[in-house]
Design a binder for this molecule. Sequence first.
Ligand code: ASP
Length: 325
Amino acid sequence: MVRRRGTILILATGGTIAGVGEIGKSTVYRPGKLTADELISEIPEINNIAPLETMQICNVNSDDITADIWLELASIINREAKDDNVKGFVITHGTDTLEETAYFLNLAVKTKKSVIITGSMRPATSISADGPMNLYQAVCAAASRETEGQGVLAVFADRIYSARSVTKTSTYQLTAISAGRMGAIGVIRDGKVYMYETTNKAHTNKSEFDVSKLDRLPKVSILYFHVDASPELLKYAAEHSDGLVIAGAGAGEFSLIYGDMIRTLNVPVVVSSRVDDGLITSDMLRVEETIAANNLSPQKAAVLLRLALTVTNDTEKIREMFLKY
Ligand code: ASP
């Protein structure tokens, strides 16, 4: 079958946007039940935007997304982007880990074509479900010239966010996918896309990470510091991981005994913060050998560390990557 010019590929992975449950209810449902074709059949207007093609990658709660699925998504996008008839991509995804998939793809796909990720907070069977509008707007964004070359973008509740900044900020509000204090970089109204800002960080074609030959990603564990946090868990995690991220208190801090244990570990350790507006710079590190996450959240820092470890184990080089991406 020859594709029509301007085709948007919808890559569906599941989540609440594909969720089905008790009619009218927002909380009683099972995510990842409807297929991509069923989702678009609920929005007839979506076919007026562009020719659409769907691919069902998986149909899971996004907490069951794995690095294998990330690698498959990256490989499909990198392959299909070479087709001149493909204009862009929309990924439907659960909101819990949407930010991690967005940031991974932002660093792993090599295309200037539009790549948009979206989801919903209410299942398809709830009153006033937000999935149809989010999907409609995501397709509008993917069909727009404005989103080309901007890296992976998230579209949610009328707003457009960069993959690096997007995060889940509420467990129930319709605007849960946002970017905290970093804000949106564009908006969508009645299908029209208005982009206002671009990201300053390297992504897609400017990213050095080539995942095309990988069949697995290095394993990284996140350790959450709290009063009386056990240093023994650090030791255990380091023995079972290729790298660690610490969700430190305040500006990436932890107890003296935690620091003593970190000094004994022989895997790279990135220090982030459990505070949602956290910024850790190299001069603030309590343990010299560690790597500052800058303003990446622990979960985003883990994504970047996994990719960094595909290239190097060198602390200085990884530090540079945490400033570049
Ligand atoms: N647990 C769901 C998921 O991440 C939540 C959602 O999609 O909003 O798949």
